[in-house]
Design a protein around this ligand. Structure first.
Ligand SMILES: *Cc1c(COP(=O)(O)O)cnc(C)c1O
Length: 402
């Protein structure tokens, strides 16, 4: 077997996540007999003669042509990511946002409607309400995980149902089968942004969802050193999306793709620690007298704990919590007192990151909008990295004592 993952190769279905993360999509024989894949720094690819050009155009000769349409490293990562999510095909982008924009721009026409669960990445929301609106696309938002409201909002013009799972920063968990079933029954395609879920913890394709999106910047790459995005779905459904990507040019660089490929090798090992740290930190905070509330789907107190147990293998590294009786300044003092987590947006990397959503993402929002989005002044979001669990907890203990 020269290549582990082929789209029609059923044997990959039985392999574990780490085996796929290390081997899927790669040739066993690589240039120079090297064990690793090279970085192809080419903007263009040359042909030996005119007939080869014609054969390529007539799709008789699969190969590269020009960097905007793809490069060999990108195809390896795409096959690997498709295998990890159990999808037919994957499309790599320069960022998670480029991936979601690429899908929406391909699938929606003037007059169409898209429905979102309202707990969503603020830039996705902004793209729809500010920019898709300019092209005559209507965005409807319904309360997260209100399946009846989502179904009631469907009209003949509805083309796509969108949600994240878990959501950010409240970590609400979508019942994927129910979500996918509404789409199937009503003839509307479905998209899950599973960035926080990851292919380790969440299996949207198996639940019947059409498209899965990841900001690969987060857990998939995992080292806080690159941006990337990926869309996973059916080959035929993604074909027009791939064509538009080639026009928009939202592709990643060969150097970044190499880092992503390298980062993916340890994906499962990292996820095990992220899950362990997330759960331990959430349990520690839930029992701490200075904490008003913890949002973590692995805690029985979380409103979506039952759905999470049913749909997730682990609950991830992100923990959101409210500091009891704290105004925004007292909350900021807790953030500033933490020594291990660095202050910054993002999540899913080996380094823990901490932030106060009010300041980091919603500073320019009105008080009413923050209330509507459920972002109180005393909220902290901690993205646990892969540091040792007891060190993270000891650090939080001292930060909360300060
Ligand atoms: C970060 C993130 C995005 C955007 O991804 P980028 O790689 O930063 O463009 C989209 N959705 C979710 C849930 C995210 O966390």
């Amino acid at each position: 077997m020269n290549e582990l993952h082929l789209p029609d190769d059923d044997s990959t279905q039985q392999l574990g996540i780490s085996t796929l993360a290390v081997h899927a999509g790669e040739s066993h024989l690589k240039p120079g007999n090297a064990i690793t894949d090279p970085i192809f720094c080419a903007s263009t690819y040359t042909f030996p003669d005119t007939q080869s050009v014609i054969d390529f155009i007539e799709q008789k000769l699969p190969r590269e042509e020009y960097g905007r349409y793809g490069n060999p490293s990108e195809k390896i990562v795409e096959r690997k990511l498709a295998a990890l999510d159990g999808g037919e095909d994957a499309l790599l982008y320069a960022s998670g946002m480029a991936a979601i924009v690429g899908l929406l721009m391909t699938k929606l026409n003037a007059g169409d409607e898209v429905i979102f669960f309202d707990e969503c990445y603020h830039r996705s929301r902004e793209f729809c309400t500010k920019h898709l609106a300019r092209f005559g696309v209507t965005t409807r938002q319904v309360k997260a995980c209100d399946y009846d409201a989502m179904e009631a909002a469907i009209t003949p013009a509805t083309k796509l149902l969108v949600s994240e799972s878990p959501t950010n920063p409240h970590l609400s968990v979508v019942d994927l089968e129910r979500f996918a079933e509404i789409g199937r029954r009503r003839g509307v395609e479905t998209l899950i942004d599973a960035t926080l879920g990851t292919p380790y913890n969440l299996r949207p394709i198996a639940a019947g969802v059409d498209y899965v999106l990841h900001s690969a910047t987060k857990y998939l790459a995992g080292h806080n050193d690159l941006l990337a995005g990926v869309l996973v779905g059916g080959k035929e459904q993604l074909e027009p999306v791939r064509k538009l990507r080639g026009i928009m040019g939202a592709i990643n660089s060969p150097h970044n793709i190499y880092l992503l490929l390298r980062g993916l090798k340890t994906f499962e090992l990292r996820m095990e620690r992220h899950n362990q740290n997330g759960l331990a930190v959430a349990q520690f905070l839930a029992n701490h007298p200075r904490i008003e509330r913890v949002f973590y789907p692995g805690l029985p107190s979380h409103p979506y704990h039952e759905v999470a147990q049913r749909t997730m293998r682990g609950f991830g590294g992100l923990v959101t919590f409210l500091v009891k009786d704290a105004d925004w300044r007292a909350t900021a003092r807790v953030v500033d007192a933490a020594r291990i987590p660095r202050i910054g947006p993002s999540l899913g990397g080996v380094e823990s990151l901490i932030e106060q959503p009010l300041v980091m993402s919603y500073y320019e929002c009105s008080v009413e909008d923050r209330q509507r989005f459920g972002i109180p002044d005393n909220m902290i979001r901690l993205a646990c990295g892969i540091e040792n669990t007891e060190d993270l907890i000891a650090d939080l203990k001292q930060a909360l004592a300060s």
